[in-house]
Design a protein. Structure first.
Length: 130
C-alpha cells in the first residue's frame, strides 16, 4: 500500500515513519546544496530508501547498501525502483541494518565533530576551542 500524507506535523513524523516499510525521496532538483533532513530521519528509523539520482543524495547514500537509486527522476523510473525493493525482502532487511549503522554517523554530534575536525585541520588544531 502506498500512502500520500501531504504535510505532516513535526510531532507526528516519528509515528508516520514507524509505520513505513520503504522511504521514498522523489527529488527532481539538481541543486548541489540540499540538507536532506527527512533522509536523516529515515536512516534513524532504519528504513530502506528509494531515491532519485540527484547529486545531494548520491554523495550521502550508497547504491545497494543504504538506498536504491532510480534510473532517472521520472515517475516510471521511480516506480520501477520501488517495486524492485518491494519485491526483495532480503535487500530491505540488509538496508535496515546498514541504515541503522549509517544513522550514527549523521547524528548531530557526529556531524558537528566532523566539521570541527575539518575546521581545525584548515585553520590550525587550536582553532575553535581545541
Amino acid at each position: 500500500m502506498i500512502r500520500f500524507t501531504g504535510l505532516v506535523e513535526q510531532s507526528q513524523v516519528g509515528k508516520q515513519l514507524e509505520d513505513c516499510d520503504i522511504f521514498v525521496i522523489p527529488l527532481s532538483t539538481e541543486e548541489d546544496f540540499f540538507a536532506p533532513l527527512k533522509m536523516y530521519e529515515a536512516l534513524g528509523f532504519a528504513l530502506p530508501i528509494v531515491a532519485t539520482p540527484v547529486p545531494s543524495l548520491r554523495c550521502t547514500l550508497f547504491e545497494g547498501e543504504t538506498a536504491l537509486f532510480a534510473a532517472g527522476t521520472d515517475p516510471h523510473s521511480l516506480a520501477a525502483t520501488i517495486c524492485r525493493l518491494g519485491d526483495d525482502p532480503a535487500l530491505r532487511q540488509a538496508m535496515r541494518r546498514n541504515n541503522l549503522n549509517a544513522a550514527q554517523a549523521f547524528r548531530g554530534e557526529a556531524r558537528a565533530e566532523k566539521l570541527l575536525g575539518i575546521f581545525r585541520e584548515t585553520f590550525g588544531r587550536h582553532a575553535f576551542g581545541a
